[in-house]
Design a protein around this ligand. Structure first.
Ligand SMILES: N[C@@H](CCC(=O)N[C@@H](CS)C(=O)NCC(=O)O)C(=O)O
Length: 214
């Protein structure tokens, strides 16, 4: 099973799936395809990804000669492939909640996504201040995310019990809140702390830092 991902520092959609594969110790090989920069004569990222699939984006999972190319679809595929790993919560109601909040992350929060691209290693506090005071829809997105986090079953725990696909979907937000230094409630800070202590999250962040040094 090969998982194609973009730069760890930048690719929020890749981060989600990689975290799931790593946190649940799934048998996969990572294929890092760096995003091309405007000064490159050829868009090697687009060439590589489009040769794999016409969607041309990361993440993409290649398994048994099939390509699955959307982060939520990949996670659902993995959950079916490894049922004993319980990538979704075992409890039906928690599982339904995990699916709801993952779908909400997948389809919403466009203001946060558009104004605040993930950049794990950057300190974007200054931009954060300007963005925060300029965009009410950005403040609304963060407020809704904090509401979702506050509804987790245990204050010191993950969103739906043990670490699940839902947490992986919100991991890039944890990174954004840190980079842009948006002030959040103590309960949200506690969730961010829990996430940052997770071994898979730590490994991804280490990888992002290593990319910048390299
Ligand atoms: N809905 C897709 C979105 C994937 C996506 O937008 N990936 C970005 C990187 S994080 C990408 O590949 N961008 C390159 C491009 O658009 O050419 C998913 O969930 O996987």
């Amino acid at each position: 099973m090969h998982l194609y991902i973009g730069n760890k520092n930048l690719s929020s959609w890749s981060m989600r799936v990689w975290l799931v594969c790593t946190a649940f110790d799934l048998p996969f090989e990572e294929v890092l395809v760096r995003f091309s920069t405007p000064d490159q004569a050829e868009n090697t990222f687009a060439q590589t990804m489009q040769s794999l699939h016409s969607n041309g984006k990361v993440p993409a999972l290649v398994h048994d000669d099939h390509v699955i190319w959307d982060s939520l679809a990949i996670c659902e595929y993995l959950a079916e492939l490894f049922p004993a790993k319980h990538l979704w919560p075992e409890d039906r109601m928690l599982r339904a909640r995990a699916r709801c909040i993952s779908a909400e992350m997948h389809s919403s929060f466009t203001s946060l996504r558009n104004h605040c691209p993930m950049n794990i290693t950057a300190n974007l506090a200054q931009q954060g201040q300007v963005l925060w005071s300029s965009y009410s829809d950005l403040r609304q997105d963060v407020a809704r995310i904090e509401q979702i986090w506050a509804e987790r079953p245990q204050p010191e725990g993950f969103l739906c019990g043990h670490f699940s696909i839902a947490d992986a979907f919100y991991a890039p937000v944890v990174s954004r809140l840190i980079s842009y230094q948006f002030a959040v409630h103590p309960s949200s800070q506690q969730y961010m702390h829990t996430m940052l202590a997770h071994p898979a999250v730590r490994l991804w962040i280490q990888g992002a830092r290593a990319e910048i040094v390299a």
